[in-house]
Ligand binder design. Sequence first.
Ligand SMILES: Nc1ncnc2c1ncn2[C@@H]1O[C@H](COP(=O)(O)OP(=O)(O)O)[C@@H](O)[C@H]1O
Ligand SMILES: [Mg+2]
Length: 276
Amino acid sequence: MTRNLDARPQAPPQSGGDPTSDDLVLQALGLGLRYGSRDAFRGITLGVRRGRVLALVGPSGCGKTSFLSCLNRMTDLLPRCAIEGQVRLNGQDIHAEGFDVVGLRRRVGMIFQRPNPFPMSIRRNLEFPLREHGVRDKDTLEGTLEAALSDVGLWGEVKDRLETSALALSGGQQQRLCLARALALKPSVLLMDEPCSALDPLSSGVVEDLIDGLRERYTVVVVTHNLAQARRLADEVAVFWFQEGCGRVIEHGPVDQIFGAPRSEVTAAYVNGMRG
Ligand SMILES: Nc1ncnc2c1ncn2[C@@H]1O[C@H](COP(=O)(O)OP(=O)(O)O)[C@@H](O)[C@H]1O
Ligand SMILES: [Mg+2]
């Protein structure tokens, strides 16, 4: 990845809260991302407060997944990808020289649209990342495994089959396992990219309830196409839109504003199901 440090814009003012507040755990400042010669999104200033759920909504192709990927430097893995602006975790620039990227990925966990358990046993799915992050003690591993699986309501379902392949679990169970795997690392922020969209309605409801239960203990940024879900889950909502050739945030604010009294006509039309 190349990084365009020269073109760092000043953070523009943004509705939905003061982005310099100490309360903001994770914050994007004038963030933009370019794949090759094409901007995916630009000029996004957006923060999420500790213990809150921020939902990102908007039509496909306006940069929501790309934005999420910047927040824990998953974009480092992509060639020809350039970032401008800043991302701050607890006030620290995550792109600063010497910033601990491995630690960043532990502190900012990610859940993808398609459940992606490792092709390993249920136990190894949880122990592998813990070992990677230096946890060796058997009792700690065992305790963390049980706590994480209990947190996602899986312990009772899998405690007698921990050595079997995670790939044999149902889609909903796999997604809960992925959530447990992220929680086992005790992150402070969880990024979720349409975590329910590949699941049947019942499993989707279970995962949604879990996300709801994470509120207060974790800070969550969740992309969802399901506006009813965004309304149920989110404290704040950011509406992404394709404008002037790339993705932008057209409105960001408390959930009641976005769904009850949107400031932008585009938001109003979108949340009322007229566009997008
Ligand atoms: N790895 C990539 N390489 C090049 N272009 C990409 C890549 N990922 C996404 N894009 C492009 O960036 C834009 C935003 O995509 P994405 O972040 O997936 O949007 P959304 O999640 O809102 O659907 C799209 O035009 C998409 O084609
Ligand atoms: Mg996406």
